[in-house]
Design a protein around this ligand. Structure first.
Ligand code: PLP
Length: 391
């Protein structure tokens, strides 16, 4: 068959150009080329807890290297159910209501495949985490952005209400949030929960930063609010808490009505999460004492302090986050028309890579912001701070 170039069947899908997530990767590549310090990507390269690492290594030596049940090994599912009970008083049946996923990312994807149809709308708060928006788009689900009120990213309840349409099926809440560091308050979550109940919506949460909370703040799991357990898909994972972003171990907990379909879709893409690494995560959950989690928050609070002070000294006013491990800072003083140009300028001048704020907003917003990740070992963070101060 004769085809002209424009008709060729050798073409990307209609969705592909829409969902490329290029900016963070582009900065990482550029930073590597220059031998700079990468505060762009949320890779935490702090040490892995010894019990987690040792148990995974031992599991490999013991031959736990084959497929597991598609929703994960019983030991880890049990440990996750126990954790949800311990931390939030939520009861999940470990055999029917827990999915061990290949990262929180895979948990979200499985939930979206299982619960949402093409053309459905999901409310997503802005600034947003790019993967959330792109994962939904890749399934032909429409993310509807609801702007949080600046400067401190408060929930604008009227804006949320106004965004609901007959197509709305779910609200996605990321708390503590990337990139803003916002921790949704009890009253904000009550407003969101009320809306979900009123319009019969799912609530999909991303709680991957649940232990990264500062100044005595408390993370509230939205599934604990009245009437929310049955309609909330709780997603979290170990990438951040145990510094194992490359292991790909996360989870979802949800009512037994939703879980078999979620496990099915997770199975289709991943078959199962990496077997011996599931053992490592289980050992961490079982053996690490409560002080591990309080120390984690204290350590990251200290890192947050360093980063905020350096940005302040560099004349890039930071918005100090309540949780998670990113800081948004003003890029006003940097030359460049867009945040991407400003980020490249900063990299050239200081060797420190940050992400353009525009990556977290709808087009035209975020152009005067940069996001810095402070999940770094102290020596490297100190070096980055010293470089920024020379601006
Ligand atoms: N969710 C949020 C909000 C994140 O910021 C990240 C990583 O940056 C992830 C999920 C990724 O989690 P996982 O490694 O468990 O897929």
């Amino acid at each position: 068959m004769n085809t002209t170039a424009s008709q060729s069947r050798l073409a990307l899908s209609a969705l592909a150009p829409e969902t490329f997530q290029s900016e963070i990767r582009a900065m990482t590549t550029e930073c590597d080329r220059m031998g700079g310090i990468n505060l762009a990507q949320g890779v935490c390269d702090t040490p892995v807890p010894t019990v987690v690492e040792a148990a995974a290594a031992q599991a490999m030596r013991d031959g736990q290297n084959i497929y597991t049940r598609c929703d994960g090994i019983a030991r880890l599912r049990e440990a996750i159910a126990a954790k949800q009970q311990r931390d939030y008083g939520l009861s999940y049946d470990f055999d029917r209501e827990v999915l061990v996923a290949s990262g929180a990312t895979a948990g979200l994807h499985a939930a979206a495949m299982a619960l949402l149809n093409p053309g459905d709308e999901v409310l997503v708060f802005e600034p947003f985490y790019g993967y959330h928006v792109n994962a939904l788009k890749s399934l032909r689900v429409n993310p509807v952005l609801v702007a949080l009120a600046e400067p401190d990213f408060q929930l604008d309840v009227d804006a949320v209400r106004a965004a609901v349409t007959p197509q709305t099926r779910a609200v996605l809440v990321n708390t503590p949030a990337n990139p803003s560091g916002k921790i949704f308050s009890q009253s904000e979550l009550e407003e969101v929960a009320e809306l979900c109940r009123q319009h019969d919506l799912f609530l999909i949460t991303d709680e991957i930063y649940e232990y990264f909370v500062y100044d005595g703040a408390r993370h509230i799991c939205p599934a604990t609010l009245p009437g929310m357990r049955e309609r909330t898909i709780v997603i979290s994972g170990f990438s951040k808490t145990f510094s194992i972003t490359g292991w790909r171990i996360g989870y979802a907990t949800a009512d037994a009505r939703w879980m078999p379909a979620m496990a099915h879709f997770h199975d289709l893409t991943y078959v199962c999460a990496p077997a011996p690494l599931q053992v490592g995560a289980a050992a961490g959950l079982e053996q690490l004492p409560p002080s591990f989690y309080t120390q984690l928050a204290a350590d990251y609070q200290a890192k947050r302090g360093k980063m905020a002070a350096a940005l302040e000294d560099a004349g890039m006013k930071p918005t100090v986050p309540a949780g998670a491990y990113y800081i948004m800072a003003s890029a006003e003083r940097l030359p460049g028309k867009t945040a991407a140009e400003k980020a490249r300028h900063l990299l050239r001048l200081t060797g420190v890579a940050a992400v353009a704020g525009s990556a977290f907003f709808r087009p035209g917003r975020g152009e005067n912001l940069l996001r810095f990740c402070f999940a770094k070992q102290d020596a490297e963070l100190d070096d980055a701070c010293a470089r920024l101060r020379k601006l």
